[in-house]
Design a protein around this ligand. Structure first.
Ligand code: FCB
Length: 464
């Protein structure tokens, strides 16, 4: 179906609002054995039978490692301000401690320099889930040693790249690593133990705070922060049971991260609920976690709905769903941003990921290959408008980034779920910009034109 492209959100975004597009290392790079890269927990997890829906792995992925220049040109073609990427820890430090791998560091140097040469600001993430397997063999994030290993890794990467990147994120989505990786066991490293998950969450937060302190002591001037996956969490019905269940889930997924980062303490209700599964916290940990940040990144895909019985299903909600089975609820993003602004004292606030998987078809037309992904474009447009709505209600926002530049390895879903605004043919590696890419590019052009018009108007005013 060739649905018409949605119109552009009419909201006025500030001049310095940062528009971008995002990826992560494991999901796109491939080149798993190239140039001295070490094994990551995701390499190992992919080899567990049944762990990945289509039995795939990240060995080749989008082969971004070997197609860097062409992919940088695709980003430049979008005319975005910024590109958010992650550094693969096992690529730059194969064992997670000890020697660094020069070829790995050189790759990210080419990436950063290639972005700057094209006028795009590099937004670096240090940990987007791909822990070196060698550290997992010593306990991984459940071990307090990993906290100090992470700080050492962060210092080395920032020593090499920190002078040229626009911002540095310590961790992407600690909740996912802790809960999906160590409690639900559906993501690497595939552990199922709630107490371990809570210890992992604590170590991730602690390593974030200690890294901030170390990087600043080293003289790093790039803004530093963290990226959380957050949603508004509501009850399925008005019953006291459902409301209590939703409040607890809000505690476990939102407040368990926001309170320590911004208030220096864990929420009491969740602490009580966890009983014997609370993490070990040393003196000074909470103050370290609450080290002031320069920005907070939020990843938003859908809302959360909770019923005490666990019976609520997105399929029954009447809302449209993405190919992940996630409800499409743009107003949930506005609600979330308003709530964050109301309940905590925030630094610069970004949406660092937002996007949707749909079943795309690559059509061969007279004008060449096309992907008419009107649903994805509508998703992105409506969520940009939701950000604009939050701003109109007083939430200062610093930027917005689309997930994702490329179709890629969607973790436990393998390659079956496509989030890209660029289609990837995995057999040949061929990239085809989808309609959503063309729409976002045109929207970027409009933002740039507005910036120029405003600058000209300001000039005219001062000249008078
Ligand atoms: C987020 C992840 C990202 C991608 C999107 C769909 O949780 O940060 O890597 O998988 O979901």
């Amino acid at each position: 179906m060739n649905s018409p492209l949605p119109i552009f959100p009419s909201h006025r975004f500030p001049e310095d609002f940062v528009w971008g597009v995002a990826t992560s290392a494991f999901q796109i790079e491939g080149a798993a054995a190239a140039d001295g890269r070490g094994e990551s927990i995701w390499d190992r997890f992919c080899r567990q039978p049944g762990a990945i829906a289509d039995g795939s792995n990240g060995d080749i992925a989008c082969d971004h490692y070997h197609r860097l220049d062409a992919d940088l040109d695709l980003i430049a073609g979008l005319q975005v301000d910024a590109y958010r990427f992650s550094v693969s820890w096992p690529r730059v430090q194969p064992d997670g401690q000890g020697a660094f791998n020069e070829a790995g560091l050189a790759f990210y140097e080419r990436l950063v320099d290639g972005l700057l040469a094209r006028g795009i600001r590099p937004y670096l993430t240090l940990n987007h889930w791909d822990l070196p397997q060698a550290l997992q063999d010593q306990g991984g994030w459940a071990s307090r040693d990993t906290v100090h290993r992470f700080v050492a890794y962060a210092r080395q990467v920032v020593a090499r790249l920190g002078d040229r990147v626009a911002t540095i994120t310590t961790h992407n989505e600690p909740w996912v690593m802790a809960v999906l990786g160590h409690e639900a066991g559906i993501f690497a490293p595939g552990i199922r133990h709630r107490g371990t998950a809570m210890q992992v969450a604590h170590h991730l937060l602690l390593s974030h705070g200690l890294a901030l302190q170390a990087l600043r002591a080293d003289g790093c001037r790039a803004p530093l922060g963290i990226v959380l996956n957050l949603s508004p969490i509501g009850p399925a019905t008005d019953s006291p049971e459902d409301r209590a269940a939703a409040r607890l889930e809000d505690g476990r997924s939102v407040r368990w991260y926001m309170d320590p980062l911004f208030l220096g303490r864990y929420p009491d209700d969740v602490w009580q609920h966890l009983g014997g599964d609370v993490p070990q916290v040393h003196d000074g940990d909470m103050a370290a976690i609450a080290t002031p940040m320069d920005f907070l990144g939020v990843n938003y895909y859908t809302r959360g709905v909770v019923s005490a019985s666990g019976a609520w299903r997105a399929e029954d909600s009447g809302k449209p769903l993405t190919d992940m089975g996630w409800e499409i609820v743009p107003e949930g993003l506005t609600e979330l941003l308003l709530r964050l602004h109301r309940d905590w004292r925030l630094p610069a606030l970004y949406v660092k990921e937002n996007g949707a998987a749909f079943r795309d078809t690559l059509e061969h037309t007279a004008d060449g290959p096309r992907v008419h992904d009107g649903q994805r474009t509508a998703y992105i447009a409506s969520h940009i408008a939701a950000v604009g709505d939050a701003m109109a209600q007083g939430v200062p926002m610093a930027g917005y980034m689309v997930w994702s530049l490329l179709d890629n390895f969607e973790w436990a879903s393998g390659y079956a779920k496509r989030f890209g605004i660029v289609h990837v043919d995995y057999a040949s590696g061929t990239r085809t910009p989808k309609d959503s890419y063309l729409w976002y590019r045109d929207f970027m052009q409009l933002q740039r034109a507005r910036r120029t018009a405003r600058a000209l108007a300001a000039e005219a005013l001062t000249a008078n």
